[in-house]
Structures are given as C-alpha cells and as structure tokens.
Design a protein around this ligand. Structure first.
Ligand code: UGA
Length: 570
C-alpha cells in the first residue's frame, strides 16, 4: 500500500512510518519540522524515510495514488494556554482542515491522531468513547475540534475518517517535553526533575509499539467514522512511574515540586472495549516492560543492579505532602493540650508519720515489731475499714479518694538497718478538701493502730512514777513526825533516796517512750494542686504521635487517593 504519514519526523509518526516500511508498505512522509523541540532530533527520527517538508496549514496534500493518510502532524502538548494558542489553532485545526479537504476530495481514508485530552477531567473511569468530552486545555479543545471537523466532512462530503484518542504514549523518540523523557534525562545527567503538583496524577501510559499497531489496524479494518481509545493497560501515578524508573536504573532522582500545570488532568484511564471488539486490539506491553528493554531507558542503566531501600523516595513523598505532617503535628499538640486540661485537675495531700522505735522495758535494746515495718502503714492505709471510717469522718464517699491513696517509706534515723522511721501517706483527689481530710485521717488512723506498745509503756511508767511519788510523800511524812530511832531514821532516808532515784529513771524512760517510742504525725497534710500528667510531656508525646501519623498519611496519600478515585470511577 502507499500511505502518507504526516508528522513523520515526530514521535509517534516516525515509529509508525518505520513499522509501515518494515511491513513492505510505501510511505511518503510529511513534516514541517517546527521548532517546538530541537528539529535536529526530528531529522534523526526521519533518517531513512522519504519526508517532504511541508506546512499543512498552507499546502494541500497531493493524494494521487495514495491508499490512505495517517495524519499525525500536530502541535502536541497539553500545557497550551497563553500566547501559543494560535500555533495550536494553526497546526491542529487549520492543518487538519486541509488534510480532510484533500482526503474527502480524493476519497482517501484518513486515520488521525486525537487525544485523551478531549475528556478533560473525565466523567467516569475507565473512560469510554461515549463519555462527554469536556477538555480543560486549549490543546484538547483543538483536538476535539479536529474530531468534529472530520465528522462534519464525513456527513457533508462522505469522508472516510477514523479518529484515535491516544493516551500518553511513551517509548523511543518520545518528545523531550514529556514526562518520561525528562525523568530519564534527569536520571542520566544527575539533574533535578520538576514535577507539576503532587505527582499523584496518573496516566494510562501507552507503549508506542502498541499505539502503532492500533493505528495500522484502524487503517486496515476500522469501519468509516470509527472513534477509538488507544490506551495502555497500566495506570500509574507520576510518583509510581518515577519509582519504577529509579528501580530500573538503580539511580535516585532529584525531584522538586512546582505548581500543578494548567490544563493537566488528574487522571486518565482508557476503556478499550470498543477497539478490542472491533479490531481485536489491546495493549500488550506493560509499563515495566515498555520502559526496560526499549530505547526509553537510557543506555548505561543496569536493570539488574542491586536494589537498595530508597529513603530519598520516602523523603520526597513526605516533602510533597509536608502539610499533612504539619497538620498531624499541630492536631496532635492540640489534642495533647486538651487531654492535659481535661480531667487533669487534681489535688494531692501528704502527711508524714514518725513510726516510733520501741525499746525493751529497760530502755536499752531496740525492738522490731509491726510498728517498725513501713508495710504496716500501707496495709492500714489501704484497709477498707479504715477507709470507710476516714470517709465518714470527712463526710465524703470512700470512692472519692480510695484510688488515690499511696504510701512511701522515707529514709529515717535507722534507715541504714533496712528500716525506716518515717512514712509519707498521700491522697490524691479531684477535690481539695477530700485530699487533705483523708490524708490526715489516714495518718491519724495509722498512728492510732501502731501506738499500742508505746501507749502501754507510757501508762506503766506514769503509774510507776505515781507510786514512787506516793512513797516519797509517805517517807517524808514519817521523817517529819519524828520519834524514830536513829537506825529507823537512817533506813527511811536510804529508802527515800532509792525511791527518788527510781522516780528519776522512770521519768527518763517515760520521756523516751513519749518522744522516741510512740508513733506520731510529724506533719499534717495540706492539699496542693497537681497535674495528673505533665502537660508538657502530654503535648510533646501527642504531637510526636500526630507527626508520625501525618508522615504515614503522606506516604500513603497518593496510593489511597488514586485507589479512591479509581473506585469512584469504576
Ligand atoms: C501527553 C502528550 O504530551 C499529549 O500530547 C497527549 O495528547 C496526551 O498525552 C494525551 O494522552 O492526550 P500528558 O499526559 O500530559 O500529555 O503527558 P506528559 O507530557 O508525559 O505528562 C505526564 C504527566 O507528567 C503530566 O501530569 C505532567 O504534569 C507531568 N509532568 C510532565 C511533570 O510533572 N513534569 C514534567 O516536566 C513533565
């Protein structure tokens, strides 16, 4: 067959022309070698092909002896707002107009390149050809205009035209302004890649060999007026695609995020049911395969290179969604602060008890008993009977302080023996009065319960002193009455001295019993306001938790957002 391929020096056109030639067809290439990107790259693409330099917006095609026209010449690139729009009108609408005029006049079939851009933010995913086109870029509008123009020529002049909506085609000779080329160039020369927006936007990437097969099948077998999606099977976000190329290359890409590009759609996903049923075409090359063996991945990359954990990538994901991390930090801190406020107001009162040190009756040898064991204090302070009694004294409910009782042994004057003479009893309660009253009540109860030995001793000594005093009084009376023999008088005086001696030592023992041996409340309790949790710690811990959750959300964001948007569309 003899075909004309317009845009034969371009990305898809040159691949198509090569395949047609390789299949034995005669190809006449047409291209006007615009300077949208380096024309020498186009010269290179067109090497070995018969390519005429021709501006289709001004010159009509000569279709004499031609079996079909593949019209791929176009001003490509969806980021097309601003001063460049007239170029899009000229190179797409005006040029296509001339091609269609010529084809209609010659009765020659035209298969032409339209674009997934006509869908804009598509109304559903996967997007079928029946979806309402609503392009959001000037480029997409000119492509939709070309479709409409072809339809008008079909209706008006019987034009046999087939439109192919290509979905982000990639592969050898890809235009240097396109995503994969820029990523590969940056990976090769170590430069930085500018990603538009978050990188979460996704595409149905289509391998150029698959796109060429669909285009030739459309020329050969599609019914007149057909319109097909030509879309790849693998959808990937830009971040996923970067990760894949990093994995294949074994290199790490430096990425900077710039603002989202106007006209750039969030997602494309092709429904290829129609072309599959009509032409038996479907994409065969997955993204990983499409990128690995063909020329798209620059030479010198080693796909077998050992893969390392790429922390840079994780860091980039987090940096792209830094506001999630910041939001996590702030929300965590606010929650922590609220927690530290709510329910944290509490009062603590502490009484200190001197437990006392019992001695033998002679007052020389220290004794150990329940009184000298700090565990006794814990047992008494936590005893339900004591708690109930103290609650009644304080006129509160036992539940108001039961959970807030604690005891702590303090180092005392004989602590080196493993014992302690002082114990603190603390009570925490949301109510100031309850804390003070209960701590003092418990302290008194402990003293009362542990004072038995000392109290008995004190009572005995007092009795002994009373007896001695009586005896001294009697002796003094007898001595004063007189009439005693000299011997009796001496005996009584001796007895008086011994009794006074006894009285003195008993007084000394009484002093020891009251001051040393008897337990006593050393310091009474006064409630102080405390925070149950340290406010600073609570805020810091909650903020850290928020930060970590924010970082996890940032790492997962793109996958979850893509999944949700896929589910919504499907
Ligand atoms: C591509 C072609 O460029 C259009 O000519 C074609 O019509 C269109 O596919 C289509 O399928 O209709 P696009 O999907 O934007 O358009 O493909 P790329 O230029 O490769 O861009 C892919 C994604 O990478 C876009 O979201 C773009 O914003 C992003 N990108 C591209 C960057 O983040 N940084 C860049 O430097 C280049």
């Amino acid at each position: 067959m003899r075909y004309i391929v317009t845009g034969a020096a371009g990305f898809i056109g040159s691949n198509l022309a090569d395949t047609l030639v390789a299949s034995g067809h005669e190809v006449v290439g047409v291209d006007c070698f615009t300077d949208y990107y380096d024309p020498t790259a186009k010269e290179e693409n067109a090497r070995g092909l018969d390519v005429q330099r021709l501006d289709l917006a001004e010159t009509s095609l000569d279709l004499d002896g031609v079996d079909g026209v593949f019209h791929l010449a176009a001003q490509a690139g969806v980021r097309s707002f601003g001063d460049v729009f007239p170029l899009y009108v000229r190179r797409n609408l005006l040029a296509t107009h001339r091609v269609l005029e010529a084809a209609a006049a010659a009765g020659v079939r035209v298969v032409f390149a339209s674009s997934s851009s006509v869908y804009g933010e598509a109304e559903s995913y996967p997007t079928s050809e029946d979806a309402t086109p609503q392009p959001i870029s000037p480029y997409g509008i000119t492509k939709l205009g070309c479709e409409q123009l072809a339809r008008a020529y079909a209706v008006g002049f019987g034009l046999d035209a087939v439109a192919l909506r290509y979905f982000t085609v990639y592969g050898p000779r890809q235009r240097p302004d396109m995503f994969f080329r820029r990523v590969c160039d940056a990976l090769l020369d170590g430069g930085s890649f500018e990603i538009y927006g978050s990188g979460g936007q996704s595409r149905s990437f289509t391998e150029v060999g698959d796109a060429v097969d669909a285009t030739i099948s459309a020329m050969e077998r599609a019914p007149a007026g057909a319109l097909y999606n030509v879309g790849g099977g693998d959808e990937a976000s830009m971040l996923e695609a970067i990760a894949l190329l990093e994995q294949i290359s074994g290199r790490t890409l430096g990425v900077t995020h710039v603002g989202a590009a106007k006209g750039d759609v969030r997602r494309t996903k092709a429904d290829v049911t129609r072309i599959r049923e009509a032409l038996g075409w479907e994409p065969r090359t997955g993204l990983a395969d499409g990128l690995t063996p063909r020329g798209q991945v620059p030479a010198g990359f080693d796909p077998e290179a050992e893969q390392e954990v790429d922390f840079g990538r994780y860091w980039r994901l987090i940096a792209a969604r830094w506001w999630l991390v910041a939001a996590g930090l702030v929300i965590g801190a606010v929650i922590g602060y609220s927690i530290s406020l709510g329910g944290s107001q509490t009062f603590k009162a502490t009484a200190t008890i001197y437990l006392g040190q019992p001695y033998t009756a002679s007052g020389n040898v220290p004794l150990q008993n329940a009184q000298t064991n700090p565990s006794t204090v814990r047992a008494i302070a936590h005893s339900e009977a004591i708690i109930q009694r103290v609650a009644a004294e304080c006129k509160v409910k036992p539940a108001d302080f039961r959970g807030g009782i604690s005891t702590q042994a303090l180092a005392g004057n004989i602590a080196k023996n493993g014992q302690t003479a002082e114990v603190a009893i603390s009570v925490q309660s949301p109510k100031r009065r309850v804390a003070s009253c209960a701590a003092n009540g418990l302290a008194r109860a402990v003293v009362e319960k542990t004072s038995g030995f000392a109290n008995q001793k004190i009572a005995n000594f007092r009795k002994q002193i009373f007896i001695d005093e009586k005896q001294v009084a009697l002796i003094n009376q007898a001595l004063e009455r007189g009439g005693l023999s000299a011997t009796d008088q001496l005996l009584l005086q001796l007895r008086l001295a011994t009794t006074q001696q006894d009285q003195l030592s008993t007084s000394q023992l009484l002093l020891q019993a009251t001051q040393v041996e008897a337990p006593q409340v050393l310091t009474g309790a006064t409630a102080q306001k405390v925070t149950a949790r340290s406010r600073r710690n609570t805020v810091v811990v909650a903020a850290l938790i928020g930060l970590i959750l924010g970082a996890i959300a940032a790492l997962m964001w793109d996958g979850v957002a893509a999944g949700m948007s896929r589910r919504r569309g499907e």
